[in-house]
Design a protein around this ligand. Sequence first.
Ligand code: AKB
Length: 316
Amino acid sequence: MKKVLVTGALGQIGTELVVKMREIYGADNIIATNRSRRAGHVLVESGAFEELDVTDAKGVHDLAKKHNVDTIIHMAALLSATAENNPLMAWNINMGGLMNTLEVARELNCKFFTPSSIGAFGPSSPKVNTPQDTIQRPTTMYGVNKVAGELLCDYYFHKFGVDTRGVRFPGLISYAQEPGGGTTDYAVNIFYDALKQKKYTSYIAAGTYMDMMYMPDAVNCIIDLMEADTSKLKHRNAFNVTAMSFEPEEIAAEIRKHIPEFTMDYDVDPMRQAIANSWPDSIDPTAAKEEWGFKTEYDLPKMTVAMLEQLKAKGV
Ligand code: AKB
C-alpha cells in the first residue's frame, strides 16, 4: 500500500485508522475522504482530505485517479439501526457506494478493503462460536447489504482479479469518534454516561451477548490483513474477527471496578434488541488466525481501563 484512498474517513473506524496509517505510510499518502468536511477534525488538519460522496461514481473515479491511489479502503456506510429505519437509503448508500468503489478498484487496479459485520449472520446461523463458513440468512437490511457485499467482493476477485479483502467486525469500542446508528453502540455510550452521570440506561437487555473489539485492535486488524501474503489467503471476504463477547451486566460490572457508584437500568429499544437477538453471541475467528495471524491485545478488563483513561484525558 503506497497511496490509499479511505472513504467515510471521519467515521468511527476511519478516524483512528487514518491516524495510524499516516504514521506508517506517510501523511500525504493516505487520502482521507468524507461526504462532508468537519472543521477542526484531526484528519482534516493533518494530511490530504477531500470531500467525496461515494454514491457519485464519477466523483470516486476522478478522485482516485487524481491521487493515483493503489489501494481503496471503503468505510462509508450506514450502520444497522439507521439502515433498519431507512432501508431504501441504506441499499442506495451501502450497495451503491460499494459498487462504485469496487468498479474504480477494477478500473485502476487497486487493492480493496471493506468491512463486513457480525450483522451478516442471522437467526438461523449457529449462535455460539459461529463458524467462518456457515448459514447466512440475516433478517435486517444491514445484514442483507453485508452478505451481498461479501459476495460482490468475492465476485470482483474471481471475475476480475481485484485483490479484495475484508473482515466481519463485531461491535467496535472507541474513544476518538463516537459511533452512530449501530446496535452495539451501547457498549461505547455506557462509558460516557458512567463518567458523566455515574449511571446508564441500556437499550439492550441484560443477557444479550454480542462480540466486541477495542478500536486499536480493529485498526491493526485492517492493516495486517491488507499486508498479508495473498498466497496464504483461502478466504478473502470476509474473515470472522473478535476480541471479546459480553452482555450489558458484564461490562457494567467491569466499569464498577473503577467507578463503584455506577448503576445501570434498562429501557430496551425493541428494534435494536430484535437486531441484537438475530446476531451471534460469539463468532469463531480461527480462519483469520490461521490464514494471516489475526490477534488482539485488549480483552474486557484491559479495554475498560483504556476507555476510561482516554475519555477522562479528553475531558469527558
Ligand atoms: C452495528 O451495530 O451496526 C455495527 C456492527 C456490529 O456492524 N457496530
